[in-house]
Design a protein around this ligand. Structure first.
Ligand SMILES: [Cu+2]
Length: 129
């Protein structure tokens, strides 16, 4: 009788454990679209999701048109809620959830680099002609 009881408890623990592992993944709930750059009314909007880093890490945009960086947060408590773009003198705190627009003017040719406040999560936008 005893071995049966032990094996029952063990298999229960294994099944429960595997369920816990598969359901406990911390992937972002919202899928990151393939194309995060759109042009609305002549303004280029580059969407970046900030949570435990930035997604997408690298965006490709068009140079020479008015451009807005839109940072989306969703329960973001880590330091990716603090955005820095040194070359533009931008240093901004994002709300825990919501979206924040940063107007960066005309995108200039080349790569714009930014990071979280501490510099451990990088992102970049490549502006092409
Ligand atoms: Cu950081």
């Amino acid at each position: 009788m005893k071995p049966l009881l032990i094996s029952l408890v063990l298999s229960g623990a294994i099944i429960g454990g595997s369920f816990w592992v598969t359901s406990g993944s911390s992937r972002p709930s919202r899928a990151i679209p393939e194309n995060n750059v759109s042009i609305v009314d002549g303004k280029q909007i580059i969407e970046i999701w900030a949570k435990g880093g930035y997604q997408p890490r690298k965006s490709t945009a068009k140079a020479g048109i008015p451009t807005i960086l839109r940072f989306n947060t969703n329960g973001t408590f880590d330091c990716s809620s603090s955005v820095r773009i040194p070359s533009m003198n931008v240093s901004k705190s994002l709300p825990q959830s919501g979206s924040t627009d940063i107007d960066i003017g005309l995108g200039i040719l080349g790569t714009l680099q930014g990071s979280c406040g501490m510099g451990m999560y990088p992102f970049e936008v490549e502006f092409q002609s």
